[in-house]
Each structure stands twice: as C-alpha cells, then as structure tokens.
Design a protein around this ligand. Structure first.
Ligand code: YNC
Ligand code: MG
Length: 409
C-alpha cells in the first residue's frame, strides 16, 4: 500500500488525469519554497551517520563499488547481480555538472563501514514540449543486513533535500519494481553473443526441441562489419553527433538533452583501444564521402556476477544498447520500404559484431526508441526484467512504450 510513496509528490495509480493527455495538468505537482528546505539532514538511527562520498578519492570510490558489488540489483531469482566497475561508476556519477553533495552515503558510526548509498546527477530533460531541470537518481542501495527497516525512504528524503537546496525540484529515476506511478514501462530484450557461455551460467535455457549446436549456429555472427564508413567516434565528431542526436531525439516525447560537453562525456571513452578491459562505452559513427556523419550508435559495458556458481566465480559481460541516431529517420518513408527499419537493422547488426569482437557475452536492449524495428530481426528475445521510468514531482500524461515505443527514451 506504499506508505512512504503515498506521502510523496508522485502520481497515484488511480490518477486518471495522467492517463488522459487532454485533461492532464502538465507540470510540477507541488511547489517547494527553497527558503523552507532544511539546511541539515534529519538524524539517522543510533549507530549510523550520514557521509558525503568523495568519488575523486580512489578509496571512497572503491567503497561504493564494494557495496554495490555485494548488495545492488539482482534478478528475481537471485542468480545474477549487477557488478559496476570503478570506471563505470566514474562515468555514471561524474557526468558534467556533477556535485559531491549528491553522492550520499550512510556509515556505521563505529566501524566506519559504508552500508548505504544514493546518488544524483543533473539532467536536462525534455518532457513533451518543456525542458525540465532534473536530478537523475540512481544507485540506491542498502546493505542486505539493513533491509526492510525503512531506511530507503530516509535516503530518498535526504537526496530530495539536497536537490532542493540546489534549486532542483524534479527528478527522473528507473526501477525494476512497480511504484506509484510509472510514466513509461519497458521490457529488457537479450541477444546472445556467446550462447554456450550464457547456457552454462544458467542465463539462457535450451529451448525445447532445439540442440546446443543449433543454438550456437543461430547466434553466429559474421567476422566483419558491413556498413561503409563505420568507425569509432572521435572527440572531433562531437559537434556533428550532438546535432544529429538532438534532431533524432526530437521525435520522442521524453528524452535527456545533451550538449557537446555531455556528448563527449557520455560517448567518447578515455580508453582509445576498443578491446581494453577498462573501456566503458563504445560509440561508432558512419561518415560519408563528404565527411558528414550520417549515423551513430553506442553501447556500454555492465557486468553481472553469477551469484551461486558452485564451480567458479563467473561474470557475464553484457553490452547495453545506448543512444543511436540516423539521418534515415528524416528520409521519405515509403510503404513497402521502411528506410529507417532497414538502416537500423544494418547498424545494429554491426553493433552486435563489434560487441562480439570486444568479448561481450550478450547484447541487451529495451523496448524504447526505435528498438522494436530491429529487435526480432536481430534475434533479440524478451527477458524477464522490466524497467519502469518515473518522474518525481512532475505530472505528464503516460508515455506510450513497448511495441509502439517511438515515444520514449
Ligand atoms: C526503489 N527501487 O516501496 P512504500 S533503482 C524507490 N525505488 O516504500 P525499506 C523503493 N523506492 O512502499 P529496503 C525502491 N525499492 O512503503 C523499494 N522502495 O511506500 C520503497 N535493493 O523501504 C518501498 N536498488 O528501507 C517502500 O526497504 C520503501 O530495505 C521500503 O530498501 C530498498 O536506484 C532498496 O534494487 C531498494 O538495496 C534500497 O532493497 C534495497 O528493501 C536494495 O524498508 C537492491 O522503499 C538494490 C536495488 C534500487 C535500484 C534506483 C532508483 C532509486 C530511485 C529512488 C526514488 C528517487 C525519488 C526522487 C528523489 C529526488 C527528488 C528531487 C528533486
Ligand atoms: Mg531498510
């Protein structure tokens, strides 16, 4: 019955207005007077204290990594758990405009051990026709021994206070669980790159009536990419990519806005070697003969540890499809030849080949953006996981997603 969430400025499940865009009052749910925001955190229970985490300090970054590695998100059957590497945390938590005050920890007073964490980074979000300054809240995590003690609401209220103090009153966040009330919901799809490994760790079943040999053959990929002019994105491509991405994302109803600095941060990795184990994000552009960038796609690395693997500790190296864009979206689409669909299938197939070369085991994508145009053609299959998108203190009509998802990122 959502005792905590019922007290928060979020739409309720029976909020009829949100379902109907004709009567919805678009915008903030509650006005906050910045002068009334408490300047100090509310106290924690005896034995615990607040601790701002300095992610520029390698030791503190490692503490966050250790907490998440042991206590962060698992699948429903508790077989796999996200394993964020330090490089990935740096990428996610030190985005342009990041502030230390939004990296919030809880420590046990005596042992100094980090037992909980929540974070935010600033995001300019386009929602329908408005630009909303938000915090993207992520990495909410509580040590397994401190679960079900109502600490999560305390963390959420503390990050809210810290956002409010900076003049930010709206937030965006995603979760696998259902809370009041998703603005959009997506399903995870998976495309095996190393089917045999996925089968051995229990991620992929052997479908009834198939054989291992047939499964391996089904997911075999060519050695080389086929799109002419495809190459790794470089810093000097940032202006063109920023412009193409902005035009492409205008086609959806809710999306983050990226300036050039943000494009450089989110798409150009400091590692130049595409095979480096420390690389976080891979971005490829298609450049034509006039040096114009006509398309790009990107994916990032997120490992999952296999939790109860008796024989050996094992990880699944997953590539997650990130942003992409294509000029073909603006070309004339005819009835018997969907130019965009054809183009995206070509690009995503190359993304699979490049991910395979970079030793990924699986390629994941959600049912958002134009993904439904290529998911089944590229042999992605639906997974168990859902991802719900939430806005805090902002009301807008529900965004269509899923099969017809050309509306949300
Ligand atoms: C969740 N994921 O419903 P009610 S996603 C938000 N997001 O409240 P307790 C959640 N709320 O129902 P536990 C939530 N999961 O009474 C549970 N809740 O209203 C709600 N897991 O608190 C829940 N990370 O402390 C209930 O529960 C209340 O000890 C119960 O802690 C929960 O990062 C959790 O999945 C998730 O570490 C921390 O289970 C813990 O179980 C855990 O008794 C594994 O909490 C890791 C995990 C969540 C990943 C994520 C996005 C978080 C968004 C938080 C909301 C932000 C709102 C905007 C704030 C800024 C506003 C501005 C401006
Ligand atoms: Mg708790």
């Amino acid at each position: 019955n959502y005792k905590f969430w019922a007290t928060q400025p979020v739409p309720r499940f029976d909020d009829k207005a949100a379902a109907d865009k004709k009567i919805v009052a678009e915008g903030p749910i509650k006005e906050v007077d910045i002068n009334k925001v408490p300047t100090k955190p509310s106290p924690l229970v005896e034995g615990f204290e607040w601790s701002e985490i300095d992610l520029l300090d390698a030791a503190q970054l490692q503490e966050v990594q250790d907490l998440l590695c042991n206590h962060y998100v698992e699948d429903d059957e508790a077989m796999f758990r996200f394993n964020y590497l330090n490089e990935t945390l740096n990428w996610a938590l030190k985005a342009p405009g990041w502030r230390k005050s939004w990296h919030v920890g809880v420590r046990a007073t005596k042992s100094r051990k980090l037992v909980a964490f929540i974070s935010g980074v600033p995001v300019r979000l386009n929602v329908r026709d408005r630009l909303v300054n938000t915090a993207e809240i992520n990495f909410l995590c509580i040590h397994k021994k401190l679960r079900s003690k109502r600490l999560a609401p305390v963390l959420i209220m503390e990050i809210t206070r810290r956002c409010n103090l900076e003049g930010i009153f709206q937030a965006i966040y995603t979760a696998g669980v259902v809370l009041p009330k998703p603005v959009a919901s997506c399903r995870y799809f998976h495309r095996a790159l190393d089917w045999e490994k996925l089968y051995n760790v229990g991620f992929s079943p052997l479908p009834h009536g198939s054989t291992k040999i047939r499964q391996i053959a089904k997911y075999r990929l060519p050695e080389r990419t086929v799109t002419p002019g495809l190459r790794l994105m470089r810093a000097e491509d940032a202006d063109q990519v920023t412009d193409l991405l902005a035009r492409y994302m205008k086609r959806v109803k809710m999306a983050q806005e990226f300036n050039k600095e943000e494009v450089l941060h989110w798409f150009v990795d400091n590692e130049t070697d595409p095979k480096s184990a420390k690389r976080v994000v891979w971005t490829y552009v298609v450049e034509d003969a006039d040096k114009k960038i006509t398309d790009f796609f990107s994916f990032y690395c997120l490992e999952s540890s296999v939790i109860h693997n008796a024989s050996h500790s094992s990880t699944i190296r997953a590539a997650y499809l990130f942003y992409y864009a294509s000029e073909s979206a603006f070309e004339q689409q005819s009835e018997d030849d969907d130019v965009l669909k054809t183009r995206l299938n070509l690009l995503v197939k190359d993304a699979l080949i490049l991910a395979k070369q970079a030793k990924f085991d699986v390629f994941n994508a959600l049912t958002l953006l134009d993904n439904p145009l290529f998911l089944s053609d590229q042999k992605f299959g639906p997974g168990d996981g859902q991802l719900h998108y939430y806005l805090f203190n902002y009301r807008t009509a529900d965004l269509p997603s899923g099969v017809d998802s050309r509306n949300v990122v």
